[in-house]
Design a protein around this ligand. Sequence first.
Ligand SMILES: O=C(CO)COP(=O)(O)O
Length: 132
Amino acid sequence: MMEKPKVALIAHDKKKIDLIMFVKENLETFKACELYATGTTGKFLSEKLKLIVNTVHSGPLGGDIQIGSMLVEGRMDFVIFLRDPLTAQPHEPDISALMRVCDVLNIPLATNLATAEALVVELKSILKNSKT
Ligand SMILES: O=C(CO)COP(=O)(O)O
C-alpha cells in the first residue's frame, strides 16, 4: 500500500473556523492522511477535531518557512493554506516564500475553500486507488 498522502493545513486567524469546518466535513479523508500544520492551526485542529497533527512553529514565528523546508525536502504532497487576503501579516515574506516553493516544485496549493474542495476530490481518488 502507498504511503499516506502528506498534507499541510494552515489558516490565518480569520480563516481558522473555515478550515476547522472544512476539515470536519471531510474528516474521514483527512484522517487517512498524514497531517502537518503550523502551530496555532494544528492546536485548533487537534483540540476541536481530535486529529493527530504534526505541528511546527506558529506561522509568524517561522512555521511557514518550516513547512516550506519540508516541501523542499520532498516531505509534503499537498498544501491547504487558507490565507486572509484582507489583513496585513507581519510575516508576509515567509508566506510568499512558502507559496513560491509550491510553485517551484509544482506542489498542489489551495489558498481558498473552492480549491481546497478540488484537492479533497484528488485526495479521495488517491486514497481509493491506494486500497486497490
Ligand atoms: O500565520 C500563519 C500562516 O502564515 C498560521 O500560523 P498559525 O497556525 O500558528 O496561526
